[in-house]
Design a protein around this ligand. Structure first.
Ligand code: 9MR
Length: 371
């Protein structure tokens, strides 16, 4: 290579690093430093972030986060789309990105009613699987996926969103087929999932993860019942993930404190696993994917000063609660990296569509300073 070319390439590299640092906020503190004595702090990158197609978002993640969860690429539908086909590449990129940046990697998710292909629950003739056949399929999936990333993905959302709002177990094919309508077998699919995840990686932390635990006491009590049931059987469970998809007016301080303290009282770690605050005033409150997508996610007020102020206030309030309970809260993960690619639309995160830190970012930093 000629000297001139070397100089050109070098200047381009310096320029690109400069752009990336600028978009990550050059003069702002790194969240992972701000919260280092309190809890892990993270985000949920999608494929474009971990494969280098969105370098500005990658720069935010690298600067600010010490833990990441893949937004979609470990879901059954993505990683195991057909009975004999696993699609490893995107998840491998996620793991490589996290390891390069020395981040605590979380796997999301193994057993969920949503984003699971229909074939999982059917035999070759299209009839519902028997209990034993579905258990065998679940074991094979968990063993294969957890086994591949053994020692590298350090914590798993083993079971996701198994509860109704009133705290009873959701009527999913997992419950219907493995539970066989029997009261005695109602927790069986959860028990098996946790057992097999533990067998596949005895050192990995194992979590139950759900939304609205901070807004519905009944649902939170349902999560506590799952934890206690597993504990009573001697099955490993390390933590409960409170997703915390909030809004400008919820959750309340009391609701969030109830969830943290009552879950922690069972002896497990508590984590905030999918934090965002929707700015849309109307619409369904919760994280049921089908319902949110149908509701539409446009928010014409998202960028206004008034909305940004309310967002900053809500984030400050939530972080003051999390910091108050930092003995029990071990990790806080945002659901996304920046507004431009959030699942919920509007302006729900700490970084705007131009990758710049928002008023909410500074409110969160300030909350840490007030401890
Ligand atoms: O943010 C995710 C979105 O991109 C996907 O389309 C959707 C379906 O897989 O899932 C979203 O993430 C959900 C998470 O996996 C579980 N809790 C609720 C989240 C928001 O719907």
């Amino acid at each position: 290579m000629s000297m001139k070319r070397i100089v050109t390439v070098a200047s381009l590299a310096v320029l690109l690093i400069g752009v990336a640092q600028c978009t990550a906020g050059p003069n702002v503190p790194a969240l992972k430093d701000v919260f280092k004595d309190h809890f892990l702090i993270g985000g949920a990158p999608n494929r474009s972030v971990v494969t280098g197609r969105d370098p500005n978002a990658a720069a935010i993640a690298e600067k600010h986060f010490n833990t990441i969860t893949p937004e979609n690429d470990l879901k059954w539908q993505r990683i195991h789309p057909l009975p004999d086909r696993y699609n490893w590449e995107p998840a491998d990129s996620f793991v490589a990105f996290g390891e390069k940046n020395e981040m605590f990697l979380v796997g999301h998710t193994l057993v969920w009613h949503s984003q699971t292909p229909r074939w999982v629950f059917q035999d070759e003739a299209g009839d519902p699987l028997t209990r034993d056949a579905l258990l065998a399929r679940m074991k094979d999936h968990i063993t294969t996926v957890v086994g591949r990333y053994k020692g590298r993905i350090k914590g798993w959302d083993v079971v996701n969103e198994a509860l109704n709002e009133n705290g009873t177990l959701r009527d999913s094919p997992w419950l219907r087929i493995i539970g066989e309508g029997s009261e005695d077998k109602r927790y069986d699919f959860i028990e098996h999932a946790f057992r097999w995840a533990h067998e596949a990686d005895p050192d990995a932390e194992l979590y139950y993860n759900d939304y609205n635990l901070e807004t519905s006491r009944a649902k939170c009590d349902g999560a506590m019942a799952i934890v206690k049931h597993l504990q009573s059987k001697g099955i490993r469970i390390d933590g409960v993930g409170i997703q915390l998809h909030g809004g400008l007016t919820y959750p309340s301080v009391e609701g969030l404190e109830y969830a943290i303290t009552s879950l922690a009282a069972t002896g497990v770690k508590v984590m905030i696993t999918e934090l965002d605050i929707r700015t849309q005033a109307r619409g369904y409150r919760g994280a049921d994917v089908g319902r949110v997508n149908r509701a539409g996610t446009d928010d014409p007020t998202a960028a206004t000063a008034e909305t940004q102020k309310k967002l900053a206030e809500k984030y400050a309030e939530i972080f003051s609660v999390l910091l108050k309970h930092e003995k029990d809260v071990t990790r806080v993960t945002f659901w996304g990296i920046y507004d431009g690619r959030s699942w919920i639309g509007g302006s729900p995160l700490l970084f705007d569509r131009d990758y710049q830190p928002k008023e909410a970012f500074f409110a969160v930093v300030k909350a840490a300073g007030q401890r």
